[in-house]
Design a protein around this ligand. Structure first.
Ligand code: ASP
Length: 335
């Protein structure tokens, strides 16, 4: 029989400095220290072990209710949160917006109050508006996990990207990570910047000038934290000697007119293809948060080739989200 201690990562409490305040929400990675990221990584290792067992079920979150509240489409993220909650024995309720009162115009605040009445312990929200999870977190008693809000943040994607990079590179410290594509609209890139900077990576953001968020990058608060970031419109400079390449989806649904001349032109200038990949270090992993526009930001050959770690990212998503749920629900592993 499995006991709670089977899923408590021995190493997690060892790396927990007593000065870390308890965390109630996961809204972005901007307030994560390297110690806390390390704790998530080590807890993920332990959760990966649970997932490799023949019976993939532990009672850690028995009696807890986890609600997924997705206002935007998702495949991987919602399913992996659901799977993570179920492996940890939580009651998981998926609130589909199309079949809820939200379709009838109910406000996020009213939806939050209804959820509060159901005593949800954790609400996992995806929303088109940046800041919606922060708003929800101010309104409810339980914990909120941001599963992607506008172009703002997607912290669990960044955590699973960090985990995947650590698996492939060993240490991220000092590694050159090229993030290429539609940075302007990418919450994945923004959350990754915080995580990668905390882990000591050298990040190079690359894309056409119209898809680079220069105003955001000029933000004082950000500049103080992210001295290790550079920005270039040259794909060759970005890939040159890179230890890892993170490809971003061209977010067609968020494009305004005139940001790119055409998909063909974009692909010609910025697609990660086999030829361009030769500029990176041999064996440099290629990542993509999905869903991919194959033939646009990434060639099919690279997406499904030896350098691709895209499937590993999806697989790691479940273990990382188990770790995040576990650490929220158990106060960072201290029961
Ligand atoms: N799935 C990721 C997100 O929700 C990346 C993307 O959609 O391009 O942000």
């Amino acid at each position: 029989m499995t006991t709670r201690s089977d899923v408590r990562p021995a190493s997690a409490t060892e790396v927990l400095p007593s000065s870390l305040p308890p965390r109630r929400h996961v809204l972005d990675l901007d307030d994560y220290s390297i110690e806390e990221i390390e704790l998530v990584m080590q807890t993920t290792d332990a959760m990966g072990e649970v997932l490799r067992r023949s019976i993939r079920k532990v009672p850690t979150l028995q009696g807890k209710t986890v609600v997924t509240l997705f206002y935007e489409p998702s495949t991987r993220t919602r399913v992996s949160f659901e799977q993570a909650g179920k492996v940890l024995s939580a009651d998981v309720i998926n609130l589909s917006i199309a079949s809820s009162s939200v379709e009838k115009g109910e406000s996020l605040l009213n939806t939050a109050r209804t959820l509060e009445a159901t005593q949800a312990d954790v609400i996992i929200i995806r929303h088109g508006a940046s800041g919606a999870p922060n708003f929800l977190a101010r309104c409810i008693e339980g914990s909120v996990i941001n599963a992607g809000d506008g172009a703002h943040a997607h912290p669990t994607q960044a955590l699973l990207d960090l985990y995947t990079l650590r698996q492939r590179l060993g240490s991220i410290e000092g590694a050159k990570v090229a993030i290429v594509g539609d940075v302007l609209h990418s919450r994945v890139a923004r959350s990754n910047l915080w995580g990668l900077a905390a882990a000591g990576a050298q990040v190079v953001l690359c894309g056409p000038p119209t898809l680079l968020p220069m105003d955001w990058l000029r933000d004082q608060h950000l500049q103080g934290r992210l001295a290790s970031i550079s920005v270039t419109t040259s794909i060759n400079d970005a890939l040159d000697g890179a230890d890892a390449v993170m490809t971003l989806r061209l977010q067609k649904e968020r494009q305004q007119d005139g940001l790119i001349p055409s998909l063909r032109e974009y692909a010609r200038s910025y697609q990660i293809n086999a030829d361009r990949l030769k500029l990176a270090k041999t064996g440099a992993p290629v990542m993509h948060p999905g869903p991919m526009n194959e033939g646009v930001e990434i060639s099919s050959e690279v997406a499904h080739g030896a350098a691709s770690v895209i499937e590993a990212q999806v697989a790691n998503g479940v273990a990382v989200r188990m770790a995040v749920l576990y650490l929220l629900a158990t106060g960072r592993g201290e029961e």
